[in-house]
Ligand binder design. Structure first.
Ligand code: FES
Length: 206
């Protein structure tokens, strides 16, 4: 697997690695695809609502460490609103690209940053935790990447239909029978959606 020089640099010399002892917000997220984890700590200026300090701890692969590290650099000094807009493609391109099969590592880093910002906003009564809805399912599916090209299965139009009724999530997929990642995609959907206690049953048609 080919890594850019920048990925190798951020892996070998990670910036902002460690813990903030009295953080204003913390979040830990894990990737169902590989079991890796990232924790992000924030210090926020309450007047300007800017991220004054940010650190991360990673329990995962080289791309996990590199993307979490670059995310801290992208977010530092930004307002909370700007921080929420950093997406996984920003992280990957700031590292001069990631191999497609490793793109999910940048999704994990971005999700963790967003969770930390949400935690700050909820505990400081700046926002309410979003209600669970069909949109939550669609958003979660948008975080699942097709490993061959490293793009979201939603953007690739592999999801034909999403249903949500009475605790049952239904997902109809359009993935060719001969696709080597077919079972892998279905498995990832089960793992991602299985994290939501609101979902009691998952039906996938493929
Ligand atoms: Fe798990 Fe990279 S392979 S985060």
């Amino acid at each position: 697997m080919e890594y850019s020089q920048k990925v190798l640099d951020y892996f070998m010399n990670p910036r902002n690695m460690g813990k903030i002892d009295d953080p204003d917000a913390v979040a830990t997220e894990g990737s169902p695809a590989c079991g890796d984890q990232v924790t992000i700590y924030l210090k926020v200026n309450p007047e300007s609502q800017t991220i004054e300090d940010i650190k991360f701890q990673s329990y995962g692969c080289a791309s996990n460490i590199a993307t979490a590290s670059i995310i801290t650099e992208l977010a530092k000094g930004k307002t909370l609103e700007e921080g929420k807009k950093i997406d996984w493609e920003d992280a990957a391109s700031a590292l001069d690209g990631l191999p497609p099969i490793k793109m999910h590592c940048s999704v994990l880093a971005v999700d963790t940053l967003r969770s930390a910002i949400t935690n700050y906003e909820v505990t400081h009564k700046l926002a309410e935790r979003p209600e669970f809805s069909k949109e939550t399912i669609v958003e979660e599916l948008g975080r699942i990447l097709y490993p061959k090209v490293g793009k979201s299965i939603i953007d690739l139009k592999m999801v034909k239909y999403v249903g949500w009724h009475d605790g049952v999530a239904t997902v109809d997929l359009d993935v060719p029978k001969f696709d080597e990642y077919r079972d892998n995609i279905a498995e990832e959907i089960r793992e991602h959606l299985g994290r939501y206690p609101e979902i009691k049953e998952i039906n996938i048609t493929i």
